[in-house]
Design a protein around this ligand. Sequence first.
Ligand code: 5GP
Length: 198
Amino acid sequence: MSNIFVISAPSGAGKSTLINELLARDPTLVKSLSITTRPIREGEVDGFDYIFTTEAEFRNRLASGEFIEYANVHGNWYGTSRASLSQQISKGCDVLLEIDVQGAAVIRELFPESVSIFVLPPNKETLRIRLENRQTDSRDVIERRLKAASDEITRAGEYQYAIINDELYRCVGDLQAIIQAARIKVMKNSILETFGKI
Ligand code: 5GP
């Protein structure tokens, strides 16, 4: 049986590095590929990091009911394809959705069994430094993202878990522990089914 893991974090919390490390360690976990209208950043690959598209195309996909959830984040549109998520689930994969607080609320509602995790930066200063060091966004965008970060952090309490990304490897360990716990829980249920009511 598949597990759905939702991870949210304000940009600059170090979520991508964390998730890449997690995926490298856990080949049974697959990441859902989102569709976005955000301009592609240097180093990103279309079809790997995101499916990059135009606003008109995004609207077409939206009108045809393609998205199980979608949101406007920092002025760009992002969405999760219903068909590809359902395909991953039907293959029995554990799926990781790296989506914002709005999308996470929708997924929690649709899949009450999903496990949600919020990744916090150690502090606001670290967040600013990480965003500036990335050198991929303009000052304007950085300021907008910092302001949005404060708003997003106020919603961390909606998640089942909140972890502080102060040290990469410890944090990946925390994520692995959460994932492992969810897998054991599912196994326990299937054991009870197998043995009938004990
Ligand atoms: P970035 O542009 O920095 O990659 O991501 C910006 C924000 O959009 C992040 O909070 C990320 O989690 C969120 N995001 C990425 N894909 C999706 C998606 O499919 N749905 C939603 N709701 N948010 C997404």
